[in-house]
Design a protein. Structure first.
Ligand SMILES: Nc1ncnc2c1ncn2[C@@H]1O[C@H](COP(=O)(O)OP(=O)(O)OP(=O)(O)O)[C@@H](O)[C@H]1O
Length: 259
């Protein structure tokens, strides 16, 4: 899998919110997109998979495995989202259906795309629940989202995202709503799953301390522009741009307060 984003530019409501953003993700690479609130991280991620709001005007290029996918018809994008690119968002409570069991929601991609029958889909859901470390998978698939903890719900979100073995996983602040211990467990899960399945990862966060645990390369966004990029280790040791310096300071404070 390779992803090449070139000169991605997004205008919305008369203002430019993402400006000439370029980055690439190689096979199996984990890349971080970091920036303060409103810097354009979420819109960039949504634009990649055709989920930016209708009122957004998007230009540039998004090439997945040699094929331009920016501007593809919704049907084609939905197919890509259901197979080659998985996504995990901040708050699984808003993305999970409160009226459907966990198992039904994990099984949905299998039923929809692979046309599996009920029994087979349930078996796959149990297997997926086990893979993401949900406790008592045979039982958990019959529970509803409100019966799980925040960390467990995020595991469900991850199970759904990776169900059909995408080659690229997009994660937008997936640990922000979680306490520090649960956050570390979920980051470990991302690391294990991406390693085991050779998945590439684009991980969005405002917290450099989180990125340092999961990605090796980072792009720093400020007001929609990439102001710095490089290896996490280099960025932590010698940030150049004042925005990056601020993120490093904040990360040091988080690390101190957590220890
Ligand atoms: N639907 C929308 N209509 C108008 N402006 C929007 C819309 N969605 C986002 N924006 C604006 O675009 C800019 C970038 O938003 P985006 O959500 O991508 O930022 P972000 O870096 O992900 O921030 P956060 O960390 O707070 O989620 C912000 O100024 C935001 O107000």
């Amino acid at each position: 899998m390779t992803l090449d984003v070139t000169s991605l530019t997004i205008d919305i409501g008369g203002s430019r919110v993402v400006d000439d953003l370029s980055f690439s993700v190689a096979d199996g690479e984990r890349l971080g997109l970091i920036g303060e609130s409103g810097s354009g991280k979420s819109l960039s991620i949504l634009a990649l998979i055709g989920l930016a709001p209708d009122e957004a005007t998007i230009t540039g290029s998004v090439v997945l495995d040699g094929t331009e996918i920016l501007g593809l018809p919704e049907r084609a994008l939905a197919r890509i989202r259901g197979s080659r690119i998985g996504s995990v968002f901040q708050d699984p409570l808003t993305s999970l259906n409160p009226l459907h069991t966990i198992g039904r929601q994990i099984a949905e991609p299998f039923r929809l795309h692979d046309k599996l029958g009920k029994g087979d889909a349930r078996a796959r859901a149990v297997e997926a629940a086990r893979e993401v470390g949900l406790p008592d998978p045979e039982h958990v698939v019959d529970l509803f989202p409100h019966q799980l903890s925040g960390g467990q719900r995020q595991r469900v979100g991850i199970a759904i995202a990776i169900a059909r073995r995408p080659t690229l996983l997009l994660a937008d602040e997936p640990t922000t709503a979680l306490d520090v211990t649960t956050q570390a467990e979920i980051l470990e899960l991302f690391r294990r799953l991406t390693d085991e399945h050779g998945m590439s990862l684009v991980f969005v966060t405002h917290d450099l301390a989180v990125l340092a645990q999961i990605t090796s390369e980072v792009v720093v966004l400020s007001h929609g522009r990439a102001v710095e990029r490089g290896a996490v280790s280099r960025i932590l040791a010698s940030p150049v741009d004042p925005v990056t310096q601020g993120l490093v300071r904040a990360a040091r404070e988080t690390t101190w307060s957590a220890s």
